[in-house]
Write a protein that binds this ligand. Structure first.
Ligand code: ZN
Length: 221
């Protein structure tokens, strides 16, 4: 990310870590849900902004950013590029069973239209979530701003296996239009890639989105 201007030791570490982690298999795959492209960019355009950042690396690569923490092990919820909801990796297999089942049914349906769901983040270990939070606080300079994007290990629906971050934009566009019939709902206006299961949505549609996670009662300490 170009925002990592090395002007202080912390930033230099961020920069160095970002460069060093570019070659690892399990890059820190963090969608803007957890490591936003930038709070200075409109949230709805973050995925394409991220894709632009990574253009030239892997053709067709989906939104993924490398945070400052280096590689994330699969056992902590790290995902390789191109991971799908059908893969047997902890980020996927440790999702709540009903969420995973709904995702797989939706993904199968979407595939008929040539659209693939890619998992940018799913289940995460508490350690992984804690690192994300500390990285976000360092990036944004305050816990208050970081809270707009990253939950704590106690409150994150990713840690409980109740949330998934999907890419790319064709998949999230498909989910925005058709996810409710599978009970899959966007929860936050600033995170169009973050989906959770809301079974009642099958009959009555998805609930209104929160502007950002700080409006979500579950995020209150
Ligand atoms: Zn998320």
């Amino acid at each position: 990310m170009s925002s990592h201007t090395p002007h202080n030791p912390a930033s230099r570490r961020l920069h160095a870590a970002a460069v060093a982690s570019a070659a690892v298999v399990f890059a820190v795959v963090v969608t803007a849900c957890t490591w936003p492209a930038s709070a200075r960019e409109p949230a709805a355009t973050a995925p394409s902004a991220i894709a632009a950042d990574t253009a030239g690396s892997v053709p067709g690569a989906l939104p993924a950013l490398e945070g400052s923490s280096g590689a994330v092990l699969a056992e902590d919820g790290g995902v390789a590029d191109g991971t799908t909801v059908f893969d047997d990796v902890p980020a996927v297999s440790r999702l709540q069973p009903q969420l995973l089942e709904a995702l797989r049914r939706a993904a199968a349906d979407a595939s008929a239209s040539g659209i693939a769901f890619v998992v940018n983040s799913g289940w995460r270990s508490r350690d992984h979530q804690d690192r994300l939070l500390r990285d976000a606080i360092a990036e944004y300079g305050s816990a208050e701003e970081a809270a707009r994007w990253v939950a704590t290990p106690d409150t994150s629906p990713h840690v409980s296996g109740s949330a998934i971050d999907i890419g790319g934009t064709d998949a999230t566009d498909w989910l925005a239009a058709r996810g409710a019939r599978f009970g899959l709902c966007q929860i936050y206006a600033n995170e169009p890639w973050h989906y959770e299961l809301r079974p009642e949505a099958v009959g009555s549609g998805c609930p209104a989105v929160y502007p950002d996670p700080t409006y979500d009662p579950r995020m209150k300490p």
